[in-house]
Design a protein around this ligand. Sequence first.
Ligand code: PLP
Length: 418
Amino acid sequence: MKLSSFGKKLTSGSGIVGLMEDLGSALNENPEMIFMGGGNPARIPEMEAVFNNQYKKLSADPEQLYSTTGVYQSPQGELGFRRDIAVMLKNQFGWQVSEANIAISNGSQSAFYILFNLLAGQMPDGTFKSIHLPLTPEYIGYNDLGLSEKFFTGSKPDIELIGDHQFKYHVNFDELSVGEDTAAFCVSRPTNPTANVLTDNEISHLDQIAQQADIPLIIDGAYGVPFPNINFVDAAPHWNSNTILVLSLSKLGLPGVRTGIVVASKEIIQAFSSANTVINLASGNIGPSLTRELFASGKIVELSKKYVQPFYQQRSQQVMALFKQTMSDIPCRIHLSEGAIFLWLWFEGLPITSEELYQRLKQRGVLVVSGHHFFAGIDHQWPHQHECIRVSYVQNLNAIEQGVKIIAEEANIAYQQG
Ligand SMILES: Cc1ncc(COP(=O)(O)O)c(C=O)c1O
């Protein structure tokens, strides 16, 4: 088989491909593996009950079932669903949005593919623009989305050391410059992989720089406000017409329905819808049908606060405590757990790379993700890139406890060998 450059790019074993393979095989084929790798959300019984109830209602109503499965909705997404989302955002946050500011995608991952390539890459005058990540480490899933080379640039963060065992990243505004070749800023908030939440000040500063440079600020809200609200610190939701906010139903517990929601200016939404038509014809209807009532009543925000956020916050505290007990003798710092569904561990001066540590842990039946995948746009000379791992804490707590012990053992062995 002869692959095109596009084919080669998408099949060359990128981080996200390996990660999803690990996820698929651990969750479906090797359930004995201790799975602390990919970003599958947890099973939260109360949320499952809500969705099951919606599903029953849907399947009992032939007309609704037909409009869900028997018709292509508009490429921008079903009008009523977009209206309900817009009303909810307007009522709850005062954002000046209507259905014309909302588009539905097949998962937020595919929304990023379209948005990034709409804005960056080769421009009509032959020059190239890139997406700038103001604070890397950033989401592994962005890495290979760009259709041209050097698609991302990234800024290293400031690192605040907190006590002996914790730290927090901050945007380094002194180093953040916007060039002619910057197409947009993109940040995930809360951040995958680090559990960082950019402060309101950081967001308004980024917004100000983006507006001055006339480039959009893309905020990836897969874990954030207003839903699923996996946010353990105060963080105001942010949107204005220069912001592209990308939301998802996945981390509410619905990764299988593949529904993303883009909130942006009308111009961006129109461009997005045209591209979505070419690539997908239309987006899937099941996510919108299952959740429409929850948006119309505003319950989606309430449920996130009542069930989703507390589940992850409690779990994060439990697993953080386990790591603190087990790793007190190891030079390991954990990023403050401010949101999302991961802990980010930094093994300072680790004598082996984080990739090697990942391999050794996999041999021992524990799946994590090596941190080096999360530094798109950064040169490869920074040791920190090879000293971190991301662990997810959503699976069964007994298994996680086992996993924490094995991670501590392997890190200890690595330091001793070094
Ligand atoms: C930060 C972030 N953005 C986007 C996505 C894509 O999610 P989905 O395509 O399921 O909406 C993920 C998935 O894990 C994520 O962690």
